[in-house]
Design a protein around this ligand. Structure first.
Ligand code: CA
Ligand code: ZN
Length: 298
């Protein structure tokens, strides 16, 4: 298996980046990722107003995937997520939902121990290892790694875990895949502006799907299939995700739109990914047993 270290990072997904690695379609690669602070918060003394803000939100890559073409898609199966032993969380002035309450940055370090995240001596939290930033080169201008969009990026989606498969619309030859910003745990919304930020290793299988046309990223796991959409507000993001799912199911199954909408209203969930980044992100998740009954296939 090819391995990619975290020496080559990108701070914006862009069309013109030089590939850090080239893989064949269907190849699995193990990728080392820095945390969202560029690994600059290691002790309680490391203050966020003293770090190099040009070095935050690094994604490792880009990886050129042979056979990925503009107008097609890239399938990304997340095989595993390996976390380092310490995480850092933060909040601060005008950051996150409660940024109106603070005048300065705060940070909190946690240990990853025995499959749990140790908040303090009284409280340990279950791990939910996930990848915050993951995507491909966008169609137009570069998009910094703090911002999500149709190319993926900083979606901060708790469903992007080991075992999940993502599908991204491809805008350039080779797709130019990158990922970073792992979290050991995060709640939907990411209200403080951070998860339990952690460096680690992501093992992913990258497959070019030249004939699949997409508008926004899709996500699939054992039980659900969803559209991930980002927009200026949560309302607009939800609206977009739901409309795209209706379009997708209508196109693929021929089910009338009014029937689909009534059915999805009973079984499908609008879920918040994050509400703290420059664009907000929502996923609309449909149970697979429903898709099976409709005869849906990508
Ligand atoms: Ca993030
Ligand atoms: Zn993060």
């Amino acid at each position: 298996m090819q391995q990619l270290g975290d020496e080559r990072v990108l701070f914006a997904f862009a069309r013109d980046l030089e590939p850090a690695l080239t893989v064949a379609s269907g190849e699995t690669v193990r990728i080392r990722t820095q945390d969202c602070f560029g690994n600059q918060v290691q002790t309680p003394e490391d203050q966020l107003d003293e770090i190099d803000w040009d070095a935050i939100n690094p994604a490792t890559g880009p990886v050129y995937v042979e056979g990925a073409v503009p107008g097609g898609a890239l399938k990304v199966k997340i095989e595993s997520i390996e976390l380092d032993a310490q995480t850092a969380s933060c909040t601060g002035k005008d950051e996150g939902v409660c940024g109106d309450r603070f005048d300065a940055w705060s940070t909190h370090l946690c240990a990853v121990e025995d499959g749990k995240l140790v908040w303090n001596e009284k409280l340990s939290i279950p791990l939910n290892p996930m990848i915050g930033v993951i995507g491909v080169a966008p169609e137009g201008e570069p998009v910094n790694c703090g911002t999500p969009g149709s190319h993926g990026g900083n979606m901060d989606n708790t469903a992007i875990t080991a075992g999940a498969t993502l599908y991204f619309p491809v805008a350039v030859e080779g797709a130019l895949f990158g990922c970073g910003d792992m979290h050991a745990a995060m709640g939907d919304g990411e209200i403080s502006v951070s998860g339990a930020e952690v460096a680690g290793w992501a093992t992913v299988t990258l497959t070019a799907l030249p004939d699949l046309r997409l508008t926004d990223p899709l996500i699939e796991n054992d039980t659900h299939f969803g559209v991930i959409a980002s927009a200026e507000t949560l309302d607009a993001a939800a609206d977009r995700a739901v409309h795209e799912m209706v379009d997708l199911l209508h196109d693929r199954t021929g089910t009338p739109e009014d029937e689909l909408v009534m059915l999805l209203s009973l079984v499908a969930d609008v879920q918040v990914c994050q509400m703290v980044d420059p664009e907000k992100t929502v996923r609309f998740m449909v149970p697979k047993y429903v898709l099976d009954a409709l005869g849906f296939a990508l």
